[in-house]
Design a protein around this ligand. Structure first.
Ligand code: HEC
Length: 159
């Protein structure tokens, strides 16, 4: 899983560096996330839960950060990361009031919340790199951020 994310990100990085006219970064808030394909005859609408919404938004911001690193401008990433805050608060509220149940180890809520908090702390390093428009610092901070995905998924996400 982490391997395929890294492969995807590195191929995006190559694409961002080698294409003369790379696509503009997509604003994270307005990104339409494709719903999973519905089985034929199925009529109900498939909706993403709060964590899936947060994760999709996160993935989009990280993709944009890779493009920014390739283009030598990461100044917009901080704003995009701040948009994740709302998603994070929605997750915390839903986990705490029981309207969202973790796919695995749902009894270990405090561990999940602690990991989520620590993770968002790591995203702060990306915000700082963005404020300084410091491309190498952004790349280092992203590496740390990407290293954190798997430990949480291994505990709480369906295999
Ligand atoms: C604090 C825990 C935590 C961290 C850290 C975390 N995730 Fe997740 N992620 C989850 C959980 C829990 C799910 C499963 C959500 C569900 O299906 O209800 C998930 C699911 C996902 C999904 C699937 C979303 C969907 O629509 O089904 C993606 C993509 C994802 N994560 C990306 C990432 C990436 C990339 C990182 C690291 C940069 C990351 N996550 C870090 C907890 C985490």
């Amino acid at each position: 899983m982490i391997r395929s994310i890294l492969l995807l990100l590195s191929s995006l990085l190559l694409a961002a560096g080698c294409t003369p006219q790379s696509p503009e970064p997509r604003p994270a808030a307005s990104v339409e996330v494709a719903a999973p394909a519905q089985a034929e005859g199925e009529t109900h609408t498939l909706e993403r839960n709060v964590v899936q919404t947060e994760m999709q938004l996160l993935t989009t911001v990280l993709e944009n950060a890779v493009r920014g690193i390739g283009e030598g401008d990461v100044s917009h990433i901080g704003d995009e990361l701040h948009q994740l805050d709302d998603a994070k608060h929605a997750t915390e509220a839903a986990v705490e009031d029981g309207s969202y149940t973790l796919p695995r180890n749902s009894d270990q809520l405090s561990t999940f919340l602690a990991m989520d908090n620590a993770f968002h702390g790591q995203l702060e390093a990306m915000v700082h790199a963005s404020s300084a428009n410091d491309v190498p610092a952004m790349a280092r901070a992203m590496g740390d951020t990407l290293n954190a995905c798997h430990s949480c998924h291994a505990l709480f996400r369906d295999p």
